[in-house]
Write a protein that binds this ligand. Sequence first.
Ligand SMILES: Nc1ncnc2c1ncn2[C@@H]1O[C@H](COP(=O)(O)OP(=O)(O)OP(=O)(O)O)[C@@H](O)[C@H]1O
Length: 394
Amino acid sequence: MREDYQPNELVGRDEEIQKYQAALQPVINGEQPNNIFLYGKTGVGKTAVTRYLLSHLAEDASQYEDLELHLTFLNCDGLTSSYQIATRLVNEFRDETAQISSTGYPRATVYEMLWKELDAIGGTNLIVLDEVDHVEDDSILYQLPRARANNKVSGAKIGIIGISNDFSFRDDLSPKVKSSLCEQEIHFPAYDAGDLQKILEQRRDVAFRDGVLNDAVIRLCAAYGAKDAGDARQSIDLLMKAGDLAREEEAKTITENHVETGRHDLERGRIEEGIRGLTQHGHLVLYSLLTLHLQDGTPVRSRDIRPRYTSFAQRAGRDPLVPRRMRDHLSELVMLGLVSVTERNEGRRGGTYREYSLAMNVELVLSALDEVVDEVGIHESIHSLVTDDIFRDS
Ligand SMILES: Nc1ncnc2c1ncn2[C@@H]1O[C@H](COP(=O)(O)OP(=O)(O)OP(=O)(O)O)[C@@H](O)[C@H]1O
């Protein structure tokens, strides 16, 4: 059920696998490999399919004596520049005793080292750059695929497999990078409920004891997954959570109730994480809006949130931010989906203004705001909720 498990078979991805295999065919033919770009939302199998196909490719390649295939996987999370990618690759190719430091060299020098390493390794090199959208400058995405054509390397054939869940990344690539990196593009669409059901059934067979998990439970997890984002990771996590809850209760089977509770817990976790990641002023703005919501004071304009925000900030011992900065925090809450916004017209004079409302379950928000409630004090509007043991429950 965990991320590092590599399924033996991947369901619901036949079309993508077929395209991907065709794009990898030149490797087996000993030709210059294609550069391949995979894109699609999170949890739709881009990494899983890549690992699956490349392990099969390596097996196939090992049967040909004259075919020397080298695979390198690099997750670009935390690697924001071409320089960092290049140094990381050099170190991947070198042995422990000859590693280079990740700072201090001119970029051209690191590229020279990289070409040298690749030439020394020789054969066909497929380099997977997962989460490639973290790289902010595209130099390496141009240099690597063109290294052979530009006579930087002669002994090695290089192919790049870029993976991204950021659609704007692909659109924003410069034309010259796009034409080399995205030679073969494969789009991974979201899974539907039927696909997710098959994925979960496959996990049932390897992860659960016989008879503890019935079809209705799997259907429910798949339906929620399809409704949310068509993300396999999310559905698998939900099933795992339901299993954990059943185990904690020492129940004999997993029920739809475990799924419902699990979903609630996971959603709570996600929201809490989002709220806890905000700054203290973000918390103060959210607490202000929440109390206004409970007093039927929403939708509300930012200037009418301000007096409450100001008094809460003072009570927490903080200087209130100027209106514009307070509005920035409101916008951040909107982006996180915690707050909704509506544009309104001011009538004949023509101006527009925005009204804000709370877009999340009150209990959930309140339980994540416990620290700021401690600092500001319990506002009268949340009194009954707090004494109803919301905090103790959570
Ligand atoms: N078709 C499938 N069959 C079985 N398991 C799958 C399938 N697709 C995805 N999974 C599983 O779902 C989880 C997420 O998949 P994966 O990491 O490949 O998604 P991704 O598209 O690379 O997402 P991200 O963009 O967030 O990295 C993994 O645990 C993976 O094993």
